[in-house]
Design a protein around this ligand. Structure first.
Ligand code: FAD
Ligand code: UDP
Length: 383
């Protein structure tokens, strides 16, 4: 029986390899990087001992009980709640916008009902259906809060005016009329005791799974395998024939200090004249550990050039029409399934990545014995 190739050792690839390896398939996993876990890679900093999320802060949260039970088979999850602070025009507030944010910002002592009525009065209700990010913000939080928290940050993060971005980006953040400052609304949230790389190493630790690091998989050898699960960039698979899909990339400037630098894991900097978007202090992601020194990262966002690491897919009209052409090309592949955030060119949280990878593995285990062909996509990348 021919082997299966899994391209990419991030969560997409690791879950597929684990599930198919367990089912008796021989798997070759390839990753161009020198480590597993993709963008969720974590490692201890030698100087401070702090567990670092190399490609930016990653907080695990989900309302999917199946995924929560699955991930906890590979490490213990420690209690962690993401409580983000935001600095705007020299003052500190709590995000997402909640009752404390509203009361402090406007110097009020509203209760939930009063706050809701107040927000309705400052929101621009002449906007019936928000056509873009700016309209969504003006409708739901009004101009003052939009300009304080969203306009500058979003312009820095995406490199375009918020009126050019889809409303869906802002819809990720709730507005709350109570004092709940948990950044996420998910049922479950936590941090792996030993880091994400430990989890992925355990997923890949199976006698049927062989991992090849520092090895870029080339399309030319796809025919050597019964099937290829590809979690690399879809445009790269086709040699960028339809042009490069646009991404934002991030630069991280590390600083080491004594003690506690900012007293919180994440602080956003919402003013446009501060060049970084946020500062993350990674020891606060492991509150059960004690470290005398600290390591912080200032995060800068910019357009992703050819040699950079792709982070956030831009997905504006131009990119979507390019993506459409890549989807058509993918339909011509006979033994490749495109998965994950790069393979489907979507922003995906870890729990969605894992849920989708489990679905892909399950479908393959049903298709393969029946001699049925796996589809190129299990999800609609344009959806
Ligand atoms: P990746 O992790 O990108 O893995 C793909 C792998 O494929 C890479 O290692 C790459 O080297 C390899 N590869 C590509 N092409 C080839 C090739 N030709 N040959 C060999 N290898 C190849 N999610 C959360 O749930 N919570 C968070 O707090 C959170 N924070 C985030 C912060 C940032 C800044 C970003 C960008 C994302 C964040 N995410 C978060 C999302 C999370 O990073 C993704 O869900 C996850 O990385 C997706 O896994 P993946 O396996 O699909 O992709
Ligand atoms: N955002 C903002 N100000 C903030 C935090 C977020 O304007 O302080 C906007 C920004 O455009 C971001 C979007 O809200 O891309 C979604 O926020 P989220 O925290 O989900 O961003 P991500 O985790 O993707 O960086």
């Amino acid at each position: 029986m021919k082997k299966i190739a899994v391209v990419g050792a991030g969560f997409s690839g690791a879950v597929i390899a684990q599930e198919l390896g367990k089912a008796g398939y021989d798997i070759d996993v390839f990753d161009a990087r020198p480590h597993v876990a993709g963008n969720c890679h974590s490692q201890r900093d030698a100087e401070t001992g702090v567990m670092v999320h190399t490609y930016g802060p990653h907080i695990f949260h989900t309302s999917n009980e199946k995924v929560w039970n699955y991930i906890r088979r590979f490490d213990e999850f420690m209690p962690f709640t993401n409580r983000v602070k935001a600095i705007t025009k020299g003052r500190v507030f709590s995000l997402p916008v909640n009752l404390l944010t509203i009361n402090q910002f406007f110097g009020k002592t509203f209760n939930p009902e009063e706050a809701e009525a107040f927000m309705a009065s400052i929101g621009d209700r002449s906007i019936e259906t928000a056509q873009n990010f700016e309209e969504q913000a003006l409708r739901f939080v009004g101009r003052e809060l939009y300009e304080a928290f969203f306009k500058g940050y979003t312009t820095k993060q995406w490199g375009v005016h918020p009126s050019e971005l889809p409303a869906s980006i802002l819809k990720r953040l709730p507005v709350r009329f109570n004092y709940d400052d948990n950044y996420y609304a998910s049922t479950f949230q936590g941090m792996p005791r030993n880091g994400y790389t430990y989890i992925v190493e355990r997923m890949l630790d199976h006698p049927n799974v062989k991992v090849h690091l520092n090895t870029k998989f080339e399309r030319a050898i796809a025919g050597d395998y019964a099937h290829v699960f590809y979690s690399g960039p879809i445009d790269a698979w086709f040699g960028f024939t339809e042009g490069r899909l646009g991404y934002r990339t991030l630069d991280f400037a590390a600083e080491r200090h004594e003690g506690d630098y900012q007293g919180n894991a994440v602080i956003n900097y919402c003013d446009e004249d501060v060049p970084w978007t946020r500062i993350s202090e990674h020891k606060h992601f492991s509150p059960w550990e004690t470290h005398t020194k600290t390591l912080i990262f200032k995060e800068y966002s910019r357009f992703c050039e050819e040699s950079d690491t792709p982070y956030y897919p831009i997905r504006l009209a131009k990119e979507k029409s390019q993506l459409n052409r890549y989807i058509e090309l993918a339909g011509g592949e006979t033994n490749v399934t495109f998965v994950g955030r790069l393979g489907t060119y979507r922003y995906l949280d870890m729990h969605i990545t894992i849920a989708e990878a489990l679905d892909v593995a399950e479908r393959f285990l049903a298709c393969a014995p029946a001699g049925e062909r796996m589809p190129a996509f299990m999800v609609d990348p344009l959806g």
